[in-house]
Design a protein around this ligand. Structure first.
Ligand SMILES: Nc1nc2c(ncn2[C@@H]2O[C@H](COP(=O)(O)OP(=O)(O)OP(=O)(O)O)[C@@H](O)[C@H]2O)c(=O)[nH]1
Ligand SMILES: [Mg+2]
Length: 617
């Protein structure tokens, strides 16, 4: 069974074949568990040759991988998912030795020489054009399996092994991509073949780095074509040089086997032990067929799967930490935003006092002028004037209230304009702050935290924009005028209606004045006027003063509390819009932290499996 196709990677999980149209079932945990327990027909071939001990370890390891997969799936990280599935699949496959290297380094020749049969074509130009899997079979046969070329060879020692020949990595980008995506992930060991006739190239070094660092694969370097060395001395320095170069590049001592496929082939075909010994193939064959014993291969599989899964755990934790960090940052921004909103609102409400205080001083001046006027008016000398209500009203308007009328109108107009402007500023600057601090992510993901966050950030922005449109600053200005009118109505008992406020106040006070002076407007009273006038004057001054004071208090408290209400309302609406985002962060943070704790637990499980695989039976 060829396991080396990218397509298959997506269709198959843990040895279970799932039709392409039913990939949704892959998320079903039951299916995975059934497969783990080995009831599935796709049970790995190598299970048959595993001892009970290793079968158990592999089973446990796969359960851990399954749990890790569940965590990764939640993150919707396709790359991590793909890598985890690859490692899990490689546990199901036979032990795979994958030959990788640039073209004409002798990969196919080495495999032919190993087998002692011309199984693969070789040549000086790019020759291998397709991945070729060599495995044990009753007879020599070439078959196509799932888009792979498979050659079966009846050699007992191939049992339990896949030997994989690949096209030169530098032939085409497409080949290179297939190799890196499909074949390297499945390799249990990579035989990186270098031609001795030239130095290690930059592209070779990059590929080695990728195999080692991205996939943590075991690499054995085959320095092929050592027959090009003129003598033992040149051969020695060639090997030393390559070893040093690899060590310098990758920081670790390379496992290097110097070979000559040509000498091995000639040695084998001519039964020339001298050539065979010079070919270095004895060491190579000993490594493949003895050192990599059946048990060692299984142990290596378990070990590298654990190591790789551990590195995926670390990457998963990194992604989780990134998300958790992101939430904290965003929450901090939202808190800052809340504080900013509070302080802006408080500032606006505080600034309203400049207007209310001006209203107070206008009305206090009005009060002073009014009292002076009453004091002057309610004298015995004015006894006839006091009987002329119209004249008094006119005079009062002219001397006391005319100035207040226009001042009060102007003050109220200014306050309305200021309120509208403040409301607009509050709404615009909150939206602006939001847009600057809550940036949506650019990601192709269609599920997961980043996708959900971006969607929600966008929804909240739209909601804030809708709110901004819905809150009409002109309505707020209108509310303010209404509250001032309400104060007049409650203190002076006049329904102001749509009348200009200043005029209303003045007319109300004019009639108040007429009322309090009107007591003298009868002949009978006139007779006693001399006696009662001082008291009446005092009473009138007092009543006028206290009415103006009451108006001042009512008007200021009415207007102030209206402003407080309006701007608190805006604040509540803005905070309400942010609520879905806050709630999302709260639940996500819990979810992600729990997942992080679970991944941490999986790490100890995988570490333990790795240690158990170290103990030889
Ligand atoms: N001198 C010498 N030549 C070798 C040796 N091994 C292979 N060659 C030659 O190198 C050339 C390439 O050999 P292949 O086995 O086709 O190399 P490959 O790496 O499979 O090449 P591609 O399939 O194209 O990637 C052929 O001409 C071989 O005869 C060797 O050990 N010594
Ligand atoms: Mg080849």
């Amino acid at each position: 069974m060829c396991q080396f196709t990218a397509r298959k990677l997506h269709y198959k999980l843990y040895g279970l074949y799932v039709p392409s149209g039913r990939r949704d079932v892959l998320s079903s945990p039951q299916i995975l568990i059934i497969d783990f327990l080995g009831y599935n027909s796709g049970t790995p071939e190598n299970m048959q040759i595993l001892g009970e001990k290793y079968s158990k370890i592999i089973l446990e390891e796969k359960l851990l991988l399954q749990s890790l997969l569940a965590e990764i799936k939640e993150l919707s990280d396709k790359e991590l998912e793909y890598r985890l599935i690859s490692v899990s699949e490689s546990l199901d496959n036979l032990f795979s030795i994958v030959f990788i290297g640039e073209f004409s380094t002798g990969k196919s020749s080495v495999i032919n020489a190993l087998l002692g049969e011309e199984v693969l074509p070789k040549g000086i130009t790019p020759t291998t054009d397709e991945i070729t899997v060599i495995k044990y079979g009753d007879r020599r046969e070439e078959i196509a399996e799932n888009g792979c070329r498979v050659i079966t060879v009846p050699q007992e020692r191939l049992k339990g092994l896949f030997i994989v020949d690949t096209p030169g990595t530098n032939v085409t980008i497409e080949q290179h991509e297939r190799l890196t995506q499909d074949y390297i992930p499945k390799a249990d060991i990579v035989f990186f073949t270098i031609g001795a006739e030239r130095a290690v190239t930059g592209s070779e070094a990059r590929l080695i780095k990728f195999i080692k660092e991205s996939w943590l694969k075991n690499i054995v370097f085959l320095l092929n074509k050592i027959d090009v060395a003129a003598d033992d001395q040149e051969l020695g320095s060639l090997i030393r040089h390559t070893r040093d170069e690899l060590e310098r590049s990758f920081g670790v001592k390379p496992h290097l086997i110097p070979v000559s496929a040509r000498l091995a082939w000639e040695g084998k075909t001519a039964s020339d032990s001298e050539l065979l010994s010079r070919s270095g193939f004895e060491a190579l064959e000993q490594y493949i067929f003895d050192t990599l014993s059946e048990e060692e291969r299984i142990r290596m599989k378990i070990r590298s799967a654990s190591e790789f899964a551990l590195s995926l755990c670390a990457e998963t934790e990194k992604v989780l930490d990134g998300h958790i960090g992101r939430i904290s940052e965003d929450m901090q921004r939202l808190d800052e935003y809340g504080k900013k909103l509070d302080s802006m609102k408080d500032e606006i409400v505080g600034n309203a006092s400049q207007f209310t205080e001006r209203i107070r001083s206008r009305l206090l001046e009005f009060k002073t002028r009014g009292i002076e006027y009453i004091d002057e008016l309610m004298r015995f000398a004015n006894i006839f004037k006091l009987m002329n209500k119209q004249k008094i009203a006119k005079e009062f308007e002219y001397r006391v209230s005319r100035q207040t009328v226009s001042e009060l109108e102007k003050d109220l107009d200014a306050m309305v304009i200021w309120t509208e402007k403040s409301a607009r500023t509050l709404l615009d600057s909150t939206l602006d702050f939001y847009n600057r601090s809550m940036k949506p992510d650019i990601s192709s993901a269609t599920t997961g935290f980043i996708y959900d966050r971006t969607r929600l950030v966008d929804t909240v922005r739209k909601e804030l924009e809708t709110k901004r449109k819905a809150i009409d600053p002109a309505t707020l200005g209108g509310n303010l005028v209404d509250s001032a009118r309400g104060a007049v109505a409650s203190v002076l008992g006049v329904q102001v209606g749509s009348l200009a406020l200043g005029a209303a106040v003045v007319s109300a006070f004019s009639s108040l004045l007429v009322d309090i002076t009107g007591i003298l407007a009868t002949v009978a009273v006139m007779a006693t006027a001399f006696a009662i006038l001082p008291r009446k004057r005092r009473d009138a001054m007092k009543e006028f003063g206290s009415k103006v004071d009451a108006l001042i208090e009512e008007m200021i408290s009415g207007v102030s509390s209206q402003i407080e209400r309006d701007f608190s309302g805006i604040k509540i609406q803005v905070n309400d819009s942010l609520l879905p985002l806050r709630n999302f962060y709260k639940t996500e943070k819990e979810k992600l932290s729990e997942s992080r704790a679970r991944v941490n637990g999986l790490k100890s499980g995988l570490g333990e499996i790795r240690e158990r695989a170290e103990l030889k039976s």
